[in-house]
Design a protein around this ligand. Structure first.
Ligand SMILES: Nc1ncnc2c1ncn2[C@@H]1O[C@H](COP(=O)(O)OP(=O)(O)OP(=O)(O)O)[C@@H](O)[C@H]1O
Ligand SMILES: [Mg+2]
Length: 441
């Protein structure tokens, strides 16, 4: 990484440069803002260490001008001791970090390493997005959260290797999507991507599904048939829900992975297979190994590279982006969420993750009459969840009461007599409570 040091104090500049050169960085120095900008215009600089107070131009201004030239520039501002106000301002200007004088070199190094890590990640994510755009891929992966960017960066690197990867994540987090993305980003993208759902195939048919069979090898085997391993030749084989694989078949799969050879059911002949295996599970496979349900040797074969997809509740920043994405996919009309409805959505923990969100949006656009989705349009469990998440007991009871009344009214097409009956209150009390909570159809 090329680092530019801009500081008007000779001593400080020399100390920083000497230290960073020794650590193997390539550095340039400037004694004032103007010189700094000149160098910045000439060399591909990725990080600047900026003294905040300089005679010709302060650090803020230098950084602002650099950002105009290259918005992706990374910066660490070096400020006077105790100048917290400046520090806040500096971060607002888009510096990655700041250090107080006198500069602690160990701390400086840690910050530079953190930025390097981030730069590497940004490059990976950019490469993924570029490939998706360039190849007009049949899939899109939405997510700008730090967790998602980290994931995409891992995916980009995993895709370039030939090794087996195990994708883990709760239900609906996007395991299959990520497996497809890895395939499409890999050198095998032109070859087939073949999926095997280990939970869906009956045990007695599994071997033939995976490895194929010869004619007459078992009752019902009326012809010779290729298995999925062979179909995936030179491509990728996706073993979905691999945790459901019966023990008897785990041994056979292990052999195929170890020897890169298979034989069809009813045949002695070995067939060489060149297949990249991707596996996914929503189970704790390690635990299954401990419990004796999954072979340890197979586990290590599959888990050469490990990819963990974070649950949606740990990357809530992605919810609005996903909402827009699914709205666009499932409706032609302009439709949007009002802020309160969006806030309710964001608070929901989504046990079914992205798939659950997708289904909710599908349902909402099907049922919506207007162009704005309001909290009352959301599924009851969401509105309830919001009610139980915050506030004092009295607040919670209030909002729970409100939710229950709305739900009952909706369920009975806003016929108050029946809604009141289902709630076990009189119609008069219902009307009073509707007034209190300002509930209108
Ligand atoms: N980041 C994302 N961007 C866009 N769509 C997504 C994203 N993540 C998941 N989806 C969509 O959510 C749905 C569920 O994803 P997928 O089937 O890959 O999940 P899964 O982890 O395999 O689920 P399961 O454990 O139930 O098999 C799919 O329609 C997928 O396209
Ligand atoms: Mg799946």
């Amino acid at each position: 990484m090329k680092i530019l040091i801009v500081d008007d104090e000779d001593m400080q500049r020399e100390t920083l440069q000497g230290f960073l050169d020794k650590k193997g960085y390539s550095t340039l120095t400037a004694a004032n803002g103007r010189e700094g900008l000149e160098l910045f215009n000439t060399y591909p600089i990725q990080l600047v260490l900026l003294d905040h107070k300089m005679p010709d131009m302060n650090g803020d201004e230098v950084l602002a001008r650099m950002k105009e030239i290259n918005p992706l520039i990374h910066a660490i501002m070096i400020t006077a001791y105790g100048a917290v106000g400046t520090a806040v301002k500096v971060m607002q200007l888009g510096a990655d970090d700041f250090l107080e004088k006198p500069v602690d070199l160990v701390e400086l190094l840690a910050k530079i390493e953190a930025i390097e890590q981030q730069v590497a990640e940004e490059e990976d994510v950019a490469a993924v997005n570029e490939t998706i755009d360039r190849k007009e891929m049949p899939l899109q992966v939405i997510g700008e959260s730090p967790a998602m960017r980290k994931l995409l960066s891992v995916v980009q690197r995993v895709a370039q290797t030939p090794w087996t990867a195990l994708i883990r994540g709760e239900t609906g987090t996007g395991k299959e999507l990520i497996a497809r993305l890895i395939h499409l980003l890999s050198p095998r993208s032109q070859a087939p991507f073949i999926e095997v759902n280990c939970a869906a195939i009956p045990e007695n048919l599994f071997e033939s599904e995976l490895f194929g069979h010869e004619k007459g090898s078992f009752t019902g085997a009326t012809g010779r048939r290729k298995g999925r391993f062979e179909l995936a030749q030179t491509g990728s084989l996706f073993l979905d829900e691999v945790g459901e694989l019966p023990l008897s078949l785990q041994a056979k799969l292990l052999r195929a992975l170890q020897e890169k050879k298979i034989s069809r059911v009813g045949s002695e002949e070995d067939i060489e297979v060149d297949v990249r295996v991707l596996a996914a599970t929503n189970r704790d496979l390690k635990q299954q190994v401990t419990d004796g349900h999954f072979r340890e040797d197979l586990y290590y074969r599959l888990n050469v590279l490990e990819i963990e997809i974070p649950p949606l509740r740990n990357r809530k920043e992605d919810i609005p982006l996903l909402v827009d994405f699914f709205l666009e996919r499932y409706t032609q009309h302009p439709i949007r969420f009002d802020p309160e409805a969006m806030a309710t959505l964001i608070k929901f923990p989504f046990p079914g993750n992205v798939r659950e969100l997708e289904h909710i949006i599908q349902r909402l656009v099907t049922m919506a009459r207007g162009t704005v989705i309001k909290p009352a349009d959301l599924p009851a469990e969401m509105r309830f969840h919001k009610a139980t998440e915050q506030g004092t007991l009295a607040d919670q009871l209030e909002s729970m009461e409100r939710e229950m009344i709305i739900t009952a009214l909706e369920k009975h097409d806003w016929v108050q007599t029946r809604a009141a009956e289902s709630l076990g209150i009189s119609e008069r009390v219902l009307r009073y409570k509707m007034g209190k909570h300002s509930i209108k159809k």
